[in-house]
Design a protein around this ligand. Structure first.
Ligand SMILES: Nc1ncnc2c1ncn2[C@@H]1O[C@H](COP(=O)(O)OP(=O)(O)O[C@H]2O[C@H](CO)[C@@H](O)[C@H](O)[C@H]2O)[C@@H](O)[C@H]1O
Length: 472
């Protein structure tokens, strides 16, 4: 294989958010373009693992200070046929074999051990990959280990690309855990360090050959984004590239999606969306005659979760619309969103939790999707919404700015707002409601957005061009 993607998540094996969607799709498109790609990720003891057949590809022991763990690298049988790329999963007994991806006290230990096993596995390849492509901070120590650790010296010339999906999460931990890392020249500790701690995201930026962000605009924002690494992003900018995410049009295709009530194309969009909306309205006691404004996502500060209940309260009060929220995260935000149900019975509802199938149905049946994000490295939800004829209402930030044009502009097809305040987002929803009531224009835009090409083809090629630039 030419490139190995290393990631904590990959759809369909394990998904928490957009990282899984990207790592689950990009390698397939790269392989289709003739650049054979594989993915290596942790093995979690989840539903996918129970339904999947594995073959052991490699066995080793991994140590973290005095603790030793048995590890295996599994190859997922038939992954090339079913997913379009080879999928490998690292099983570390007692560390990774748990149900969830994140959220354990020893996440630092889990992901350090994972990265060490990945490199031990690659070390014994007859032919090293041309590029190792790491995604987010859980894999950020790999560029460091490759360039600094004695054990991996023979792979020093293998180029690394590091992709930032979200610079807010950096995985920092204390230097007390330094002994978990393989031996290196301690004079190089500065490469690991940021703000008196080991910071895997900072270490990756410093040690990788090139780093990328998932949209060009997020790249421009990073030196001012208050992530704590602003200065680093400014000084290392020369080795950065912004490449916009695409979507997997095999998975996200309204004409063949098995998770929705009725399939549709641009030609049959009216009937298709109506049937999907009807089912949502039945499930959630909403009014199919009124526009449906939805939110899907992790209920965290980034996504505006703290003001989400306020937004729906104001927007439902001012407009004759439905509101629906699918998400989970901050318990207080969940509580406030649920509390609103009594006030707007028959027009507003929530599903607090994670439900992949329901998300597809909502993209297919909603009229508008709101994304009042404080920052958004790319955002995939707006791209899925467009493909399913749902008009995005987004904050002008990050990748949302790159992918959504306001209806006030020439050729515009979405609604944008500048601020993450209840007032600004509610006003944007009022604009959406006005557009809905201008039936001819609403229907025209709905058809237009379904035709926009946000598939992975172009971006997958941009990554390949980047690999070719650095790999000899
Ligand atoms: N409760 C729920 N039920 C079902 N599905 C749910 C869900 N909550 C979220 N999802 C799904 O998770 C994905 C979210 O993707 P995003 O890219 O919008 O955000 P995320 O912040 O996770 O990703 C980060 O990485 C991606 C990938 O690079 C960037 O696009 C993004 O800006 C960055 O924050 C979508 O597939 C969405 O449908």
């Amino acid at each position: 294989m030419k490139v190995i993607h290393v990631s904590a998540e990959c759809y369909p094996a394990a998904k928490v958010g957009g990282l899984a969607d990207v790592v689950g799709a990009l390698p397939k498109y790269q392989t289709n373009l003739g650049y054979e790609a594989a993915v290596v990720m942790p093995f979690y003891d989840n539903k996918y693992a129970k339904e999947t057949k594995y073959k052991t590809d490699f066995r080793c022991k991994v140590s973290l200070a005095k603790n030793k763990y048995k590890a295996k690298v599994y190859r997922v049988e038939n992954s090339f046929k079913e997913l379009g790329y080879h999928l490998y999963q690292v099983q570390i007994e007692g560390l990774l074999d748990r149900e969830n991806v994140y959220g354990y006290e020893d996440d630092t230990e889990r992901f350090i051990a994972f990265q060490k096993v990945v490199l031990d596995w690659i070390l014994q390849f007859e032919n090293a990959p041309k590029v190792i492509h790491c995604h987010d901070h859980h894999t950020g120590l790999i560029p460091f280990m490759l360039t600094q650790c004695i054990k991996y010296q023979s792979m020093r010339s293998v180029p690394t690309v590091f992709t930032i999906h979200n610079a807010q999460y950096q995985g920092e931990f204390s230097f007390e855990k330094l002994e978990y890392l393989p031996e290196y020249n301690l004079e190089q500790s500065g490469v690991l360090e940021w703000d008196y701690a080991i910071n895997p995201m900072a270490a990756a930026i410093k040690a990788c050959w090139r780093y990328t962000t998932v949209s060009p605009n997020y790249m421009n924002e990073l030196p001012y984004a208050a992530t704590g690494l602003d200065w680093l992003f400014d000084t290392e900018r020369e080795k950065s590239v912004g490449i916009i995410n695409g979507i997997d049009t095999d998975v996200w295709n309204p004409s063949s999606d098995k998770m929705i009530a009725k399939n549709f194309t641009v030609r049959t969009v009216e009937a298709g969306k109506k049937a999907n909306k009807q089912l949502i309205c039945e499930k959630f006691d909403l009014d199919p005659e009124k526009p449906l404004v939805a939110f899907i996502g992790r209920l965290v500060y980034q996504k505006g979760a703290d003001i989400m209940a306020g937004i729906f309260d104001r927007a439902l009060d001012a407009n004759d619309i439905n509101g629906l929220v699918l998400g989970s995260g901050d318990p207080h935000a969940e509580y406030l969103l649920n509390e609103l149900k009594d006030k707007y019975q028959g027009r507003y509802n929530t599903f607090i939790g994670y439900d992949e199938e329901l998300s597809h149905l909502i993209y297919a049946g909603a009229d508008f999707l709101i994304m009042p994000s404080r920052f958004e490295p790319c955002g995939l939800n707006q791209l899925y919404a467009l493909r399913y004829g749902t008009i995005p209402v987004v904050r002008t930030t990050g990748g949302l700015k790159d992918t959504v044009k306001d209806i006030g502009e020439k050729g515009g097809f979405g609604i944008r707002h500048e601020h993450v305040t209840v007032d600004d987002v509610a006003l944007a929803i009022t604009r959406a409601n006005k557009l809905y009531n201008n039936t001819a224009e609403f229907k025209r835009i709905r058809k237009e957005i379904m035709k926009i090409d946000n598939s992975w083809e172009n971006s997958a090629n941009e990554y390949i061009e980047l690999y070719n630039l650095i790999a000899q």
